[in-house]
Design a protein around this ligand. Structure first.
Ligand SMILES: [Zn+2]
Length: 229
């Protein structure tokens, strides 16, 4: 289980699917990602992996960049990536073709920069964007449609983004999640991964009323803009 904000829904799902919890992975300390951990381990002790340098409840295995998480019961091996910015020591887990990236990269968006700097966030997003195109992106929240609406303002001529909006609207209308997305899709449509694209730079400049080209300043501008909509 990754980032259990509450224990109840996890326990109900495990019971319904006849599954046994074998490990918990936490990406960062926010309560909506960790609030269920104490109750889950009280019901049955399992290892809890999480970033060293953040207060994770019941943490047994503090991890950081370069560490591996080996879950023998699932024959699953994940690499740990340090991706600070949203929080000071936020981590991601990458393995089995999947990326668990918490509140750093969202489908067509990114997390707010609470404890780090825009420079750190740009580095962290760049690290994630370097993973293969077919990587499945399991982010922390279903914010996709709202993110796409904002992205359309920043990157109005992007045909892949328009197609993505139609797909996401269809899925949500059917009551289905838009997640996981893929990294290929994110690179093509997520404005926060496209801070060097001329159209994104132009939109950032229009928002700022100033001329900037440096990707960190472009990122900071569109992050600030998104915070205000
Ligand atoms: Zn968070």
């Amino acid at each position: 289980m990754v980032d259990p904000g509450e224990a109840g829904p996890v326990q109900r799902y495990l019971a319904a699917q006849k599954l046994k919890l074998v490990a918990i992975l936490a990406t960062h300390h926010h309560p909506d990602h960790t609030g269920g951990i104490a109750e889950l381990v009280a019901a049955g002790k399992v290892p809890v992996f999480g970033p060293k340098g953040e207060p994770i409840p019941a943490l047994t295995h503090p991890v950081g960049q370069g560490d591996e998480v080996d879950i023998a019961e699932l024959s699953a091996l994940f690499s740990v990536l340090d991706i600070p910015g949203h929080t000071r020591a936020h981590v991601a887990y990458y393995g089995l073709g999947a990326l668990f990236c918490g509140d750093t990269l969202f489908a067509c968006g990114c997390g707010r920069v609470f404890e780090g700097t825009p420079e750190q966030m740009v580095d962290s997003l760049g690290k994630l964007a370097a993973l293969p195109d077919d990587t499945k992106v399991y982010c922390g929240h279903e914010y996709t449609l709202a993110n796409i609406q904002f992205a359309r303002q920043v990157d109005p001529g992007n045909a892949e983004l328009a197609a993505r909006e139609a797909r996401a609207q269809r899925l949500r209308a059917e009551g289905r999640p838009t997640l996981p997305s893929t990294l290929g899709e994110e690179r093509a449509t997520n404005p926060f991964l496209r801070c060097s694209e001329p159209v994104v730079v132009a939109s950032a400049n229009k928002y700022l009323g100033a001329r900037v080209a440096d990707p960190v300043r472009v990122f900071a501008a569109i992050r600030d803009w998104k915070n205000r909509v």
